[in-house]
Design a protein around this ligand. Sequence first.
Ligand code: SF4
Length: 336
Amino acid sequence: MVTASVAAPNAAPVAAPARGRIVVADELGYCWGVRRALDIITDAADTADPIAPIGDVIHNPQVVERLRARGVEGAASVEEAVGRGFGRVAITAHGMGPHLAKEAESARVALIDTTCPLVTKVQRLAQKLVRQGYFLVVYGDGYHPEVKSVIGWAGTSKALAAKKVADLPWTAKRGQAGEGQVAPPRKVAVVSQTTKNVDELMKFAHELQEMVVPEGGEFRLCNTICEPTSERQSALKRLVERDRVDLILAVGGMKSSNTARLAEVGRELGVEAHHIERPEDIEDAWLERVASIGLTAGASTPDDVIEAVVAALVAKGYAAPEGGVRPVDPEYVPAY
Ligand code: SF4
């Protein structure tokens, strides 16, 4: 016998079952240092003349647009900022070498320093290690402003940036350099770009240590990856290992290397992952047979862009995340 169920005329409409769920990483989006820098710079811009941060203020096109509307617009150099009529320049959260303060002083422009205190810590440590006679290796991207700033503060030619031991000029272990080979100096110290991955830093350091320690060499590793970065990386691992998501979306500007890295780490953990800048970048084909989407975002991604991505996924049939997107804790200060 076939039976049909008929809803009572006044029954509440039954919601269609969700296509799947959205799991938002416990830590994502603006890091403490970027949030702090943006607060300093926008407060300063709201109360006086426009400001030109030197270099990319943040790798996110939506934020760059909003800052421009508030009188904050990047310039490549102090000279360019002065030429464009700015009376104030700023150091971004990534920091700058000591040359910038001198350039601002001789150009007679005011300087606003928004360097993240966790980057300042690495700059000071670099100076100290150099004073103690170490050759300094900065594990990171040589082109990145933070790495350049650390090398600038080290203030020596005995400092190099590298992401692989093969990028360094040393080709043999100490005491084993043959014809045409170069061994490292006796004392080598490594600090890290704050946004790097700890497992990769350890691999790099281990390889380099093997070359330095023979014949009385001294090797020192300072793990300067910042707490907000470590927390983001752990939160991403939890999406895969605890929440077992089928797909990861990493939200952030296409120029944001830490967002690209989040997507890469997701893939390394064995999950399909895509780097998207805005909701329109989500391709329907990615969502076929996907019941659980993990959402993370780079350190320069504003909250409203993350929320717009959540809204777009809800519109595609996914249940909104339980508890919404992580609220900002105004009392939080990372360990350093
Ligand atoms: S990633 Fe870390 S060091 Fe860099 S700005 Fe953010 S909190 Fe500071």
